[in-house]
Design a protein around this ligand. Structure first.
Ligand code: GLU
Length: 284
């Protein structure tokens, strides 16, 4: 039988709150009940928003809660070279291109278009830089224009062919490679993006079961695309409901009174925290 490997992968952009502990506990529990491995990974590719203090606080809160992990914590910013290698492979296959657009350029382009295709997070990138000539690209790079790299989703879909993934409660889902359009594969400031780093890490770390909030279900479509392109085995998925407050709002890092820090300072025990979580509704 295959060993179960799960992971909790917080971004250190704030303190741990009840919503994230709910998610962490599912990953921890699924590993423990299967006699498997529970990993913790720090997803700090957004280097402007991530803080080392938050990372330290998150790990300390997890320990305090008794959600002990196996092995070393993997911090994504220590592994940019791994993502860079994969980026080079995609580049060699003609699947990525530099994009010089600012947010304002993109908004202007979308406003001028008769109809703009929409994805789960709003209008999709209109593809402005996809057709730039190599000469124009060189010219802009030499002139010092900032750039990010995007995946040419249509080309990637063609190379990958059909693919699917399995979500425990939803069953087998046909992959939609164009769902997020030409998404960012490497940010302006780091040689990777959330989608690339997650896909590479889940593969390198041998994750067999990805447990995460259902808000990330659209992302799974593009992770599936990258897995298929790169020849990675797809893990199984369990997208769980999101914990919400009594008004049905999901927790956010701004809800300071529901951070584990604040609850600890108020004298709560780990058992109190889990009881509190159990008392909150989770959104269908
Ligand atoms: N780092 C992501 C977050 O904090 C989670 C990514 C994942 O579980 O795949 O939202």
């Amino acid at each position: 039988m295959m060993t179960v490997v799960t992971r909790f992968a917080p971004s250190p952009t704030g303190e741990l709150h009840l919503g994230s502990v709910y998610s962490a506990r599912i990953a921890w529990q699924r590993a423990r009940e299967a006699g498997g491995t529970f990993l913790v990974r720090i997803e700090d590719t957004d280097i402007r928003r991530c803080r080392r203090e938050y990372e330290t606080a998150i790990l300390d809160d997890l320990r305090w809660l008794g959600l002990h992990w196996d092995g070393e914590v993997r911090r994504q910013s220590d592994h940019f070279a791994d993502y860079g290698k994969v980026l080079d492979q995609l580049d060699a296959r003609g699947l990525i291109y530099p994009c010089f657009c600012t947010r304002a350029d993109i908004a202007r382009e979308i406003a001028a278009a008769a109809s703009a295709p929409h994805g789960p997070d709003g209008p999709l990138y209109p593809g402005t830089c996809r057709s730039l000539s190599n000469e124009e690209r060189r010219h802009r790079i030499v002139a010092g224009h900032e750039l990010c790299m995007r995946l040419d989703a249509a080309r990637a879909a063609e190379q990958a062919g059909p693919y699917s993934f399995v979500d425990e409660t939803r069953g087998r889902i046909e992959g939609q490679p164009l769902l997020m359009g030409d998404f960012v594969i490497a940010r302006k400031d780091t040689p990777t993006s959330y989608h690339l780093a997650v896909t590479v890490d889940d593969h390198l770390q041998g994750v067999t079961l990805v447990t995460r909030g259902e808000d990330l279900l659209p992302s799974t479509h593009v992770h599936g695309l990258l897995q298929k392109l790169l020849g990675y085995a797809a893990p199984q998925y369990a997208h769980h409901r999101l914990l919400t407050d009594s008004e049905g709002r999901r927790f956010a890092k701004r809800d300071r009174d529901l951070t584990i820090r604040a609850l600890r300072e108020a004298g709560k025990t780990p058992a109190d925290v889990f009881a509190l979580i159990a008392a909150f509704p989770s959104k269908a």
